[in-house]
Design a protein around this ligand. Structure first.
Ligand SMILES: [Ca+2]
Ligand SMILES: [Ca+2]
Ligand SMILES: [Ca+2]
Ligand SMILES: [Ca+2]
Length: 237
């Protein structure tokens, strides 16, 4: 069976006049049967000391983001969509902790069971709080853009860097995305990551990790323009 694995890299430059830091967002796409391989890829990216994490295992099933969910990586809130699909439960302006596979969304934690369901809403916002000296963050996202419009975006900002990813093809039910943020420098303050999709196309998130990876010797890469690079390759699943 052919499986398309796509890696997209976008790089932007900080606007500070005396120093530049390269930051990037990378997405690796897997099928639901490749969770073990995806975990290995995540571990390789995380590389080093975890400063903050959230795997949702400590929350009761049904816990919601209605009033902001205080998690190990910061507060998570949800923006409602105006056309929730059949898989939404309860008050649809909430994302909800679930413990079993639902419509292609599932836990990714080894020996775990719980994950946060977008509950068919439009935006799930991770306000990354106390991450110590972290310079990387990764998370798993499940079941993106398998129904409706192709509309998934990741927007992250700390005021000087923005990244947007737009999917270009409908994905399979149960697909698994490893999202990897390399900030190029320590996160000195809060950082917001918004996962945005067409309402009615639910997704799950799990295993959010902020980690410290040593910066390469010789300083930071200096870039002169915002650039993008997309690499597509096919391989046997
Ligand atoms: Ca979990
Ligand atoms: Ca699905
Ligand atoms: Ca969609
Ligand atoms: Ca979906």
């Amino acid at each position: 069976m052919k499986f398309l694995k796509t890696t997209l890299v976008a790089a932007a430059i900080a606007v500070a006049p005396t120093a530049a830091s390269a930051a990037s967002i990378m997405l690796d796409f897997f099928s639901s049967s490749q969770l073990s391989e995806a975990r290995d890829a995540k571990s390789a990216f995380d590389h080093s000391v975890s400063t903050a994490s959230e795997d949702f295992e400590g929350f009761a099933v049904g816990t919601s983001t209605l009033n902001g969910l205080d998690t190990g990586i910061g507060t998570i809130t949800t923006v409602a969509g105006n056309n929730p699909g059949a898989s939404a439960i309860g008050i649809t302006s909430e994302s909800i902790v679930r413990d079993s596979t639902a419509f292609g969304r599932y836990n990714t934690t080894f020996s775990g069971e719980k994950w946060l369901d977008s509950n068919d809403n439009a935006d799930v916002i991770l306000d990354i709080g106390d991450t110590g000296d972290a310079n990387r963050l990764s998370l798993f996202i499940t079941d993106v853009d398998d129904v409706g419009a192709i509309a998934f975006e990741i927007l992250s900002t700390n005021g000087v860097m923005d990244f947007v990813f737009n999917g270009t093809q409908k994905l399979a039910n149960g697909n698994l995305i490893l999202a990897m943020f390399d900030f190029g420098a320590s996160l000195a303050s809060e950082y917001t990551i918004t996962l945005s999709i067409d309402a009615g196309d639910g997704f799950g998130i799990d295993d959010v990790n902020a980690t410290v990876v040593p910066l390469p010797a010789g300083g930071l890469l200096l870039l002169t323009a915002i650039g993008g690079l997309a690499v597509f390759r096919r391989r046997k699943a």
